[in-house]
Write a protein that binds this ligand. Structure first.
Ligand code: F6R
Ligand code: ZN
Length: 187
């Protein structure tokens, strides 16, 4: 039985954890707007790690809460900041994110296409309501680290994001993050 865990920001991890996923540029090709630029970056810089996450997951037992730590590294593909794939929970479960270091945003989208974005930075708690898809974006020049917790039976639907994307993109304009329409978004 698990009663506590330790976040180590210097080592960028949470101990103990049952799962550690590392996500590289090549796995994100379809999630960035400019796929040609992703390919070019892989060829010139290598298959960079964009983010990694450590999780304590309890299978799909509905009484439990999965939790962990995500570390999203700084970078851009063209003007688009490094991002997580993003997903909807299969069971319309809510989720809590708590910013620990770095500067970023969380982009949320309802099932009927409404979009909200909020800062994700130290001492900020973000509540992702049930039914809202979510993706995090690192808009700073250091790593973005955050804690997350969600019901263990929530499930993850990545396919809908891979096929349709989010309605908005977060890109750099004059050194600042702005939200623009995603030209490739399909409703
Ligand atoms: C879990 C959750 C986060 C993300 C993690 C990686 O429901 O929202 O733990 O899983 O930040 O992002 P994805 O899952 O979109 O690759
Ligand atoms: Zn989630």
């Amino acid at each position: 039985m698990l009663f506590s865990a330790k976040i180590d920001l210097a080592k960028r991890m949470i101990e103990p954890h049952t799962k550690h996923n590392v996500v590289r540029l090549s796995a994100l090709k379809e999630y960035f707007n400019d796929q040609v630029e992703v390919e070019r970056m892989i060829n010139s810089l290598g298959d960079l790690v964009v983010y990694e996450y450590f999780e304590n997951s309890f299978g799909d037992e509905e009484e439990n809460v999965n939790f962990g730590l995500t570390v999203l590294y700084p970078g851009k593909v063209g003007r688009e900041y490094f991002l997580t794939r993003g997903h909807f929970h299969e069971k319309r479960a809510a989720e809590i994110y708590i910013g620990l270091e770095g500067e970023g945003v969380i982009l949320m989208q309802s099932e009927d296409g409404k979009v909200e974005w909020r800062p994700l930075e130290p001492n900020t708690v973000v509540y992702v309501p049930p039914g809202w898809g979510h993706r995090t974006i690192n808009t700073g020049n250091q790593r973005l680290t955050f804690f997350f917790a969600y019901p263990s039976d929530a499930g993850h639907d990545y396919e809908i994001v891979r096929r349709k994307g989010f309605a908005k993109l977060v890109v750099e304009e004059n050194g600042r993050p702005v939200l623009i329409d995603n030209p490739k978004y399909r409703t």
